[in-house]
Design a protein around this ligand. Structure first.
Ligand code: G3P
Length: 483
């Protein structure tokens, strides 16, 4: 099924419905974080090639935008079916290229097919409205505004390494159903997985040029691509640092951004501590903590901290550490720089007096799940996003102290509050400066039709299937004068 995308370990790019090589014959090696073996090589495109691709995307979009939504939807349904038919191969490439554990890889694939199907159906229900003029003071009923949605044009989708298939599809599918053409710029590590995804859309019968891919060195083509005059929308998931850079240079281009987070789990005195411990551990350590919505700090009331930590430690010891193919849950981090950074945060916490409960063991990029107690606000671990399997517990005296520390973060993605008291839960939820608060659950994005957003340094705009379709389309207003 995927034979066209690769020749002799060299992965091509999708351009105008064909898989082709860059003319400059330059490639980038993708090595597996699991064992450093070569996964493949990807094309390093030039600025001239970027120009050609964007031109092609722009020209192709018009016909696609005019195609009835039901026809666009049926192509998306076919892509979802192809993904499901090839689930094993797609999940294996994730395990190899980004060291994702088997269960998370399989669930990324299934979730992607479900996402695309739901998007196709949601698109069919997008409707406009008519508005009468006399609703506004001083106007007679002599005008009717007919409002419907039209595509924005060419959407640039920039996806991250941690969900190269799902977070590419969650940009591509809503953009396509809204009638846009899409240029996918996948992460370098994760690019091969994303190219597999692109082929599923291609195979499903997407017309030529509606989905093109660009791979290459961000240092050479990144800014050029982002500032290109024919890019009409940027949909980005990645670090806050890169997100801020994009926002600074892109000018007046609408954007959706999902950036970093430092999601807090606040555990109150009346929480079910068994349940809270299980949920926090899975929220913090799934895919080795390499998720923007991972639980990244626990703010525990002093009275329950000991028991909570004891329960969490028991859960952590159950996590198998190793390679995805061995069935491990904690797998090597994406690269050695990522592991070095996590180690820095661990060392800083130890030097400043945090109590190591479990972990702080490293083999190459593999960091064992690490838990700290007595982390204070003077430590980097209280504020920085590790993107690794490490969790600080900060003890607090009361709920308002927890809220204050939670809100002091530069990030505002999500938070959790664990309590049996619904009034208290809403009190906390209302005060937290984040996009979403989960009551008695870990932080997480799904289900994918819920709105998903970050405030402060965590993002821009709102995702979620309907919200993403709306973001990547705009109202068209035609006013009929009836007198
Ligand atoms: O890290 C990216 C993000 O979208 C997280 O999704 O499903 O792991 O909460 P999820």
């Amino acid at each position: 099924m995927f034979e066209k995308i690769c020749d002799n370990e060299i992965y091509k790019i999708l351009y105008n419905g064909e898989w082709i090589n860059s003319r400059n014959n330059k490639t980038i090696e993708i090595l597996s974080p699991v064992d450093n073996s070569l996964v493949g090589k990807i094309q390093a495109l030039t600025k001239e090639e970027v120009d050609e691709i964007i031109k092609n995307s722009k020209e192709s979009q018009k016909a696609w935008g005019n195609l009835p939504i039901s026809e666009r939807a049926s192509i998306l349904h076919k892509a979802a079916a192809i993904i499901e038919e090839n689930a094993d191969e797609l999940s294996q490439i994730l395990q190899l290229e980004i060291a994702k554990d088997i269960e998370s890889s399989q669930s990324e694939i299934k979730r992607t097919a479900d996402f695309i199907r739901f998007t196709a159906d949601e698109g069919k229900h997008m409707q406009g409205e008519t508005i009468l003029s006399d609703n506004f003071p001083g106007f007679k009923r002599d005008r009717v505004s007919v409002v419907y949605r039209v595509p924005v044009g060419v959407v640039l989708a920039i996806s991250p390494f941690n969900y190269p298939i799902n977070l590419s599809a969650s940009k591509i599918a809503p953009a396509l159903i809204a009638g846009n053409s899409v240029i996918l710029k996948p992460p370098t590590q994760g690019a091969i997985s994303a190219l597999y995804l692109a082929e599923t859309f291609n195979k499903a019968g997407l017309p030529k040029g509606i989905l093109n891919t660009i791979t290459g060195k961000s240092s050479e083509i990144g800014d050029y691509l982002i500032t290109h005059k024919d890019i009409n929308f940027i949909n980005f998931t990645g670090s806050t640092e890169v997100g801020k850079h994009i926002a600074e240079i892109a000018g007046m281009v609408p954007m959706l951004m999902e950036l970093g987070g430092k999601d807090a789990a606040i555990v109150l005195e009346d929480a079910d501590l068994n349940e809270a411990a299980k949920l926090i551990v899975s929220g913090a350590y799934n895919y080795s903590g390499q998720r923007c919505t991972a639980v990244k700090r626990v703010l525990a009331l002093e009275a329950v901290a000991d028991k909570l930590i004891q329960n969490m430690t028991q859960e952590i010891t159950k996590l198998k550490v190793g390679a995805p193919k061995e069935g491990a849950k904690i797998t090597p981090l994406i690269n050695s720089a990522a592991a070095d950074f996590v180690q820095e945060l661990i060392d800083d916490a130890i030097n400043k007096g945090a109590k190591l409960i479990i972990g702080n063991k490293r083999e190459g990029n593999l960091i064992y799940p690490t838990l700290f107690d007595y982390v204070t606000t003077a430590m980097r671990l209280a504020w920085e996003e590790p993107f690794g399997p490490i969790l600080p517990v900060i003890r607090v005296q009361n709920v308002d102290e927890a809220i204050a520390i939670a809100n002091k973060s530069q990030y505002g993605l999500q938070a959790s509050v664990f309590t049996q008291n619904i009034k208290e839960a809403f009190y906390v939820a209302d005060k937290l400066e984040v996009g979403t608060v989960h009551i008695n659950n870990k932080t997480e994005r799904g289900p994918d039709h819920f709105p998903f957003l970050g405030v402060k340094a965590s993002g821009l705009g709102t995702q979620g299937i309907r919200y993403s379709i709306e973001a990547m389309s705009r109202p068209k207003v035609v006013v009929l004068n009836i007198n």
